[in-house]
Ligand binder design. Structure first.
Ligand code: ASP
Ligand code: MG
Length: 411
């Protein structure tokens, strides 16, 4: 059972969480709980690090930001004990959750779940584990897994103890066909395949950290996204509560062609005009961007008609737009291009569905529908189970709504 920041935002909510845990323990389940820091706590800790020194030691950043989860783990253990549930808190280093030493964005390497299992079997003791944090063995330092990392902690622990399921309790009751704030008709999905969820999470849906879905897929941990705000006692621990199960595609009987629509306005477009069309140009452009740690996403290049020059368009995160432009201007001489254009007011709308593998013309229908609404498409990329369209940001909502009803997701 994993509880996010809003679910542990204050003592009342932590008591509510304890009731959810007690319900499962009383039903005979063996439970490990992973908690986030109280809502806003991590932001505050990050802010303090920045205020202390703009350029700070990443090891100390981790020492500071890992503390939020330590508080909630301890508090939940206290509250559980007070309602008669045997419980013990665990920090990342105590289990230990071994990670790489990439401070601020470490990856989990190994978790030994034997002790947690033994304690549950011998004394029905619930493990309350701090999410987000780990331990680098060689240096003996505390690490953190990147923002939103508690989801990943939860799935990794679930894999380590061979859990039947990893329940992510959050402030929404599941994964929706798209953001319900944009499309009121958006529906909760009963099931979604790992691959689809991976695309949704990577393309802008903010329910789960991408890495957690990746881990679930690799270790085959079924992830169940559900709300912590349902009254704990109203839920039948042996029944099927409302929520979304992220699972193998074989476990989804009624597969739709399109499962969901994601969108992101945090995109910027860069177009390089009249680049020389010769070997090594793409390397000259994208090499320096990679070195600057700028993630390039959609790439569209034309074949030149005269064999001399062509245009190349791609997207970067909006936050990296200026930096990317600087890098490219710096290497204009090496790349050899005439002009650099860019736009910050663009959005990427993505349509996702495993059914696309076996259905032709899915994207073509979208092009028609958007054209009918007068929406211009700046760039297109496709893969086996998704396609993404770059459009003017002003049309995002209209595009998402149009596509949502086009593929029958309103029903
Ligand atoms: N508390 C951390 C964060 O806010 C980790 C998490 O909640 O998943 O990013
Ligand atoms: Mg989160």
């Amino acid at each position: 059972m994993k509880f996010g920041g809003t679910s542990v935002a204050d003592l009342d909510r932590i008591r509510n969480v304890a009731r959810h845990v007690k319900r499962e323990v009383d039903a005979g389940h063996q439970v490990a709980v992973i908690v986030s820091a109280m809502a806003g706590a991590t932001n505050q800790l990050v802010e303090w690090c920045r205020a202390a020194a703009t350029l700070h030691d990443a090891r100390e950043y981790d020492a500071v930001v890992a503390s939020g989860e330590q508080v909630t783990a301890g508090l939940l253990a206290i509250v559980l004990q007070s309602v008669g549930v045997t419980a013990r808190s665990w920090q990342g280093w105590q289990i230990p959750i071994l990670t790489t030493n990439a401070h601020g964005g470490a990856r989990i390497l190994d978790i030994d779940g034997a002790e947690l299992i033994r304690r549950f079997k011998e004394r029905r003791e619930v493990a309350v584990i701090s999410g987000f944090q780990g331990f680098h063995k060689e240096t003996g330092r505390i690490t953190t897994l990147g923002r939103g990392g508690s989801d990943t902690s939860a799935v990794a622990v679930a894999a380590a103890i061979s859990a039947d399921r990893c329940d992510i309790y959050t402030d929404v009751d599941g994964v929706y066909t798209t953001d319900p704030r944009v499309v009121p008709k958006a529906r909760r999905l009963a099931k979604i395949a790992f691959e689809e969820m991976l695309e949704l999470a990577s393309l802008g849906a903010k329910v789960l950290q991408v890495r957690s879905v990746e881990l679930g897929m690799v270790h085959n941990v079924r992830i169940f996204v559900r709300s912590s705000f349902d009254r704990p006692e109203d839920i039948d621990p042996h029944g099927t509560p409302p929520g979304t199960l992220i699972c193998n595609e074989e476990d989804i009987v009624e597969q739709q062609v399109v499962t969901g629509i994601a969108f992101s306005k945090d995109e910027a477009q860069i177009s390089i005009r009249r680049v020389e069309d010769k070997p090594g140009v793409a390397a000259a452009i994208f090499g320096p961007l990679a070195e600057a740690n700028i993630n390039v996403d959609m790439i569209v290049q034309n074949v030149s008609s005269d064999g001399a020059t062509t245009d190349l368009t791609f997207t970067v995160p909006a936050a990296d737009y200026e930096r990317a432009a600087e890098v490219l201007k710096g290497s204009q001489g090496v790349i050899g291009y005439q002009r650099l254009d860019g736009a910050n007011d663009v959005a990427k709308v993505s349509v996702i569905g495993i059914g696309m593998r076996s259905h032709a013309g899915v994207a073509a229908r979208a092009f028609r529908a958007l054209a009918d609404r007068g929406i211009n498409i700046r760039a297109i990329t496709t893969s086996e189970i998704k396609f993404s369209l770059l459009i003017d940001a002003a049309y995002t909502e209209l595009a998402v709504r149009t596509l949502h009803s086009l593929y029958g997701l309103d029903r």
